[in-house]
Design a protein. Structure first.
Length: 161
């Protein structure tokens, strides 16, 4: 019997104190998903990497780590995000995991969708995530923290296409 070598991808949607993640094996097999955070004072990016990301890298041993590139943010938030991005990339290289930083969404259609519509597309592809989908937010409400998990799933599926 022949076994295909499947590509295991860990996709992250980084924020200064948390990240959403999904682990995919091939384009259709969802292995793990969630949001990891660190909300205490101090250098949260180091703690986030050491206590939240490192166990994921050790458990799943992905072939690729996929991260969305820099965003247009105010300078302080952008600096925090860049520092976190560099730390994540360095940690992945310690495990000999190839890091792919995607700068732009690959399709024009994806740019026209809202985050919630993109999350619903992810749920169509992976129905197990339906229970995690937050309700559509109103303009005056803050974004639900779980949306970063769906952003990571959209990033992983786009990368595997």
């Amino acid at each position: 019997m022949r076994y295909k070598s499947l590509t295991r991808v860990l996709a992250l949607d980084l924020h200064p104190r948390r990240f959403g993640y999904v682990v995919l094996e091939g384009p259709d097999r969802l292995l793990d998903w969630g949001v990891r955070s660190h909300r205490r004072k101090g250098n949260s990016s180091d703690v986030l990497i050491q206590t939240r990301l490192r166990p994921l890298l050790e458990l799943w041993r992905p072939t690729f780590l996929v991260i969305h590139g820099a965003r247009q943010m105010p300078s302080r938030k952008n600096l925090l995000r860049e520092r976190l991005l560099e730390g994540v990339a360095a940690e992945a290289k310690n495990y000999r995991i190839r890091v792919q930083i995607l700068k732009k969404r690959p399709t024009d259609r994806a740019e026209k969708l809202t985050k919630y519509e993109r999350a619903r597309e992810v749920v169509k592809r992976f129905p197990v995530l339906n229970q995690r989908l937050p309700p559509e937010r109103k303009p005056w409400e803050s974004e639900d923290y779980r949306m970063s998990m769906f952003a990571a799933a959209a990033l992983a599926t786009a990368y595997l296409r």
